[in-house]
Design a protein around this ligand. Structure first.
Ligand code: SF4
Length: 707
């Protein structure tokens, strides 16, 4: 196997407790991460229509070729399988996490792990280089994710954490990298996460519940090997090129933040330690995933919420809503910019971080609990929830927003107590149980536009993430485009400063970088017309291909890649598309172009599409919840728009999607992808040139091949 790879994949069957290996070279054409996982799932999951909780579900955890090397932001690890969170169908889906698991896995000699079957009692997996054992986890079952990791660290190191230790004929000070579930996963929650270290989570998809159903508590890996790179000089040269031209210079920053503690500003200058939004009251330093020089998280002296960042630390911000204020659907960034100054900002920040720690300890998906939290409060104000009410619940709503309330709320979900049993099913399924789903999806009270996942951005504004989601499997959580197009004008709007770059210049940079679809600025037009254009179809196709290869397969982090706009560069032009292939080729020696990678991404996107088709996907299902078409958005959302021959940033609030025009747009998108316009199914003439002839055969056998 070539440079960047360990050479083999660990295959575990929990039903018969067998351990075997797969030669990574068998799947080399899929490169790594997501591509590897999709191809292996296709081959090994015999019935792709089973539930995520079924022992026949196959879960893959795959590193990319860059993990464990110096390439910045390249240690993402990809988890795939049938995800219980999906609604009404539990789609084959994905989730990824950072930290140091992927590097440790490769240093131990493995490119990934495949989990099949179900153990007859709780187990954890102990990987120390080539030595793999399936251990009894009954003593760990019931513990939170933090205690579970501490217990495994103690067992594997013999209570000699951070000390030199002999491992075979090698030595290491590294503690094992542990992936594990908390109580939410054990209770088969559809919104349970798989956690690693303090705050790295495979968050969306419900994989924590899928692990719980397999009686799998944890996987621990400790490796003492290394990963060979093809051209170490080229790798160092590329790293220096990136550092010199694009990284934040703490001694000489080009741009100072106009708003302190505001995540969106981070995207402009990629300053270390900046993603968590919270006041700093104690010594702290930037903390990052292994090998990432950007280090976007914080490590605090107190240890609170270490490594947790972004939305996980943001959602409890609602706790500082002034008493009597009614919540509305706003993003945490808007809360941060719009709230009255609370009296005890440090005390509230500490409470918020303790709540974040509790969430991560139980192993619960932050996105779902955030939306459920606000939904509950609105139902409380409507007199629809409470003791003896339509939704019988004894949460202390008079203390809503406090740390005490949130602790009770999270515990109820983790252990499925009371209505927590409903919430553990995910908010959309819970609303179905309460008989509210239909009405609340029509009014927008339940902001769940697609597949049982909440809004990420407003589906009536920026649209890219939500279009990608309805055409895919889960909240796409893909910030390729909205970080620059939305983040830049939003920072300007909230800070009441001029945008650091004009809409016209920004769109000009973007449209030159989206190889091989470059040269069409209208791909970034968020005017009403732009939402339904053929150019928008290209935007979505480009994003899916890029995400499937450069992010999900190679392992590049969504926060750093792609980089269209870069405030540290004199001309604001970021390192995409040059950086992707430079780092990749230096590590692997494969000598592919950026566009070659995009084509592998297209291939992987089509393979995933084929799995969804087997699961029941049809174009008639790819429809948003009614409110998206019926209720105009109210949130302030600035994006580039092209009107009357000019580019400008405009607030696009106040519109709903036009259902007929969206349906027409879907046909444009399917045509671009080479899918049947009536069914949305891939055709043989699309699949075969991609080397997916056997996939076309299988779809045809099942009567699901596009015509
Ligand atoms: S940018 Fe942050 S999340 Fe991404 S790899 Fe770097 S440290 Fe990890």
């Amino acid at each position: 196997m070539g440079y960047g790879y360990a050479g083999k994949i660990l295959r575990l069957n929990l039903s018969n407790r067998s351990v075997s290996t797969i030669d990574t070279a068998q799947y080399e054409e899929w490169v790594g991460g997501h591509g590897l996982g999709s191809a292996i799932f296709w081959d090994l999951c015999q019935d792709k229509t089973v539930s995520g909780f079924d022992p026949r579900n196959v879960i893959t955890i795959m590193a990319g070729p860059m993990a464990g090397t110096l390439a910045p932001g390249s240690t993402r690890c990809e988890m795939q399988g049938i995800g219980p969170q999906g609604y009404p169908i539990e789609w084959f889906t994905r989730s990824s996490f950072g930290g140091r698991f992927a590097p440790q896995l490769k240093y131990a000699g493995w490119d990934g792990v495949v989990i099949e079957g179900k153990a007859d009692a709780p187990v954890w997996i102990n990987v120390i280089n080539d030595h793999v054992t399936i251990e009894d986890a009954r003593g760990l079952w019931g513990l939170g994710t933090r205690k579970t990791q501490e217990e495994i660290w103690a067992r594997v190191t013999g209570n000699r954490l951070n000390d030199w230790q002999a491992v075979g004929d090698a030595y290491t000070t590294q503690k094992p990298a542990v992936l594990c579930i908390g109580q939410a996963g054990e209770h088969l929650s559809r919104i349970a996460t798989v956690m690693h270290d303090g705050g790295f989570a495979a968050g969306q998809g419900g994989f924590g519940g899928a692990w719980g159903a397999k009686n799998l508590k944890a996987i621990s890996v400790r490796g003492t090997g290394g990963i060979k790179v093809a051209d170490s000089k080229a790798l160092i040269d590329t790293w220096l090129w990136h550092k010199t031209n694009f990284q934040f210079n703490v001694d000489n920053p080009r741009n100072e933040a106009p708003i302190v503690n505001f995540t969106d500003y981070w995207i402009i200058n990629q300053s270390p330690g900046a993603v968590p939004i919270a006041p700093i009251w104690e010594p702290c330093r930037p903390k990052g995933c292994q090998g990432c020089p950007v280090a976007c998280s914080r490590r605090m002296a107190s240890g609170l919420a270490n490594e947790a960042h972004c939305f996980t630390t943001n959602w409890p911000y609602l706790g500082i809503i002034p008493p009597g204020t009614q919540p509305t659907w706003m993003t945490p960034g808007e809360w941060a910019g719009g709230l009255a100054e609370p009296t005890d900002i440090h005390g509230l920040a500490k409470a918020r971080y303790r709540t974040t720690d509790l969430l991560n300890d139980y192993g619960i998906n932050v996105y779902d609990v955030f939306f459920a939290d606000v939904y509950f409060y609105i139902l409380f104000l409507m007199d629809a929830i409470g003791p003896g009410k339509a939704i019988n619940c004894d949460l202390p709503f008079d203390k809503w927003g406090t740390e005490e309330y949130k602790a009770a709320y999270l515990k109820m979900i983790a252990y499925r107590e009371g209505v927590g049993d409903d919430l553990a099913e995910g908010l959309e399924r819970a609303a179905e149980r309460w008989g509210r789903r239909k009405d609340d999806l029509e009014s927008g009270l339940l902001p769940y536009p697609h597949w049982g996942y909440s809004e990420h951005n407003d589906p009536r504004a920026g649209v890219d993430q939500e279009y990608a989601t309805i055409l895919g499997d889960r909240d796409s959580n893909d910030h390729s485009f909205d970080l620059p197009t939305h983040g830049i004008p939003r920072v300007a709007s909230i800070s009441k400063t001029e945008p650091v770059i004009s809409a016209e210049r920004l769109v000009g940079i973007l449209s030159q970088k989206v190889l091989p679809l470059q040269g069409d600025p209208l791909m970034f037009d968020y005017s009403d017309a732009g939402l339904y254009s053929a150019s928008r179809a290209k935007t979505i196709a480009w994003g899916r291909r890029y995400a499937r290869f450069w992010k999900d397969s190679v392992g590049y982090c969504d926060l750093l890649w792609p980089n269209f706009f870069n405030a540290n560069a004199p001309d604001f032009s970021g390192y995409t598309p040059e950086g992707e292939a430079r780092f990749f080729n230096a590590v692997t020696g494969k000598n592919i172009s950026f566009v070659d990678g995009m084509e592998i991404g297209r291939r992987t996107w089509n393979l995933d599409r084929a799995v969804w088709v087997l699961q029941g996907r049809h174009r008639d299902m790819e429809v948003f919840a009614p409110y998206v078409y019926q209720v105009p958005s109210t949130r302030i959302n600035h994006f580039p728009v092209y009107e009357n021959g000019q580019w400008r940033y405009a607030n696009v609030a106040g519109r709903a999607l036009d259902k007929d025009r969206f349906e027409e747009w879907k046909a444009k998108y399917y045509e671009l992808e080479g899918w049947d316009k009536i069914t949305g199914w891939p055709t043989r003439s699309t699949l075969e040139p991609l080397g997916l002839g056997k996939v076309a055969d299988e779809l045809q056998r099942r009567g699901k091949l596009g015509g």
